[in-house]
Design a binder for this molecule. Structure first.
Ligand SMILES: [Zn+2]
Length: 335
């Protein structure tokens, strides 16, 4: 078959260790794609990346996304308490990462001081800018920008933004906002070598047939000192260990690989990144909550605020005790 785009490797793409059968009969409980899917896992305990056991053509892969949706509209203006919270985030970003100073407001400025000591708030605020320090007119590319919320926010904060997305609906919507976006694959875009200041992707790397190839390509396109930030489910999380085939982060068959702290660090070092940081976030409450929904055979998705708060507290507790057992991890690198 000539147009194969994904084929389960014989050895781990991150560390080269042999792969062993891990989970079988995993079903798509989120978007209802049929089939029982198996996963293999790297035998090197320090890496332990996992791979979907499949051989897929581009057409098959595209069919897995027929009912997949990131088509919600971005939230641009907020009012009342949400506006105050957003202002507090801006104060935090001003003080910690050098973003512009918000309009004076004593109350939100004081609220922002709590962000430093409460990890959930600190990470919620930092996620807004992908933990990136401000670079005036820095050129930033977001891979898989979805509803373009982040691109619009980063543009407002002073970045020169560009996006790439497979989903035509998302591309059309972003263009209607006046954003410069491309359709398809990062590797097929014409960015100049060493031309970008930042490349970011949230929950993208696990959908990519060859994560090592993508990370190497990002490294090539970054300017010296440029940064890459990738967020992904953690295949070595406590949630994954406890929930097994029900774990939300598996999302077979759309997640082709499941990364871990060890596998991401190996990919980044092999690509040549000078500084490689890996940290867990306390933001994986949704992954835990939805894993329980999958296990109970319930519809998968966000529920009431109390339940969301409960799972946010559980995710925060895991993050506090063992950050790298969090259900969501961040790879932050500098070229
Ligand atoms: Zn490995």
């Amino acid at each position: 078959m000539t147009d194969l785009v994904y084929s389960r490797p014989n050895q781990c793409g991150a560390c080269g260790a042999p792969l062993h059968p891990w989970l079988s009969g995993v079903r798509d409980r989120v978007y209802g794609v049929g089939g029982d899917w198996d996963l293999f896992r790297c035998g090197n305990a320090a890496c332990a990346a996992a791979y979907l056991d499949a051989r897929l053509t581009g057409q098959q892969l595209a069919s897995f996304y027929a009912t997949y949706s990131t088509h919600s509209d971005p939230v641009l203006a907020v009012s009342g308490a949400k506006r105050g919270f957003r202002r507090a985030i801006e104060w935090f970003l001003h003080r910690s990462l050098g973003y512009r100073r918000p309009d004076a407001s004593t109350a939100t400025s004081i609220l922002a001081r709590f962000f430093r000591v409460i990890p959930l708030l600190r990470h919620m605020a930092s996620l807004r800018v992908f933990w990136l320090p401000y670079v005036a007119k820095g050129k930033l590319v977001e891979i898989g920008f979805g509803n373009a919320q982040t691109l619009l926010q980063m543009h407002d904060l002073g970045w020169d933004v560009e996006g790439i997305e497979f989903d035509t609906v998302c591309v059309d919507k972003a263009r209607a906002f006046g954003l410069r976006v491309g359709e398809g694959d990062f590797l097929a875009q014409n960015y100049g070598d060493c031309s970008l200041d930042a490349v970011v992707g949230s929950h993208v790397i696990e959908h990519v047939p060859d994560p090592g190839e993508l990370i190497a390509a990002i490294h090539d396109k970054l300017a010296p000192g440029g940064r890459m930030v990738l967020i992904t489910p953690n295949g070595k999380s406590l949630g994954c260990r406890l929930m097994g085939a029900y774990w939300r982060g598996l999302e077979a068959p759309r997640h082709l690989t499941i990364q871990t702290p060890g596998s991401l660090i190996r990919h980044a070092e092999r690509a040549g990144f000078r500084t490689v940081k890996l940290f867990g976030t306390p933001l994986g409450g949704g992954i835990l909550q939805q894993s329980v929904q999958i296990r109970q055979g319930k519809p998968v998705g966000p529920t009431g605020r109390i339940a969301q708060l409960f799972w946010a507290i559980i995710a925060s507790a895991i993050h506090l005790v063992r950050p790298k057992a969090s259900d969501e991890i961040v790879l932050f690198c500098e070229k």
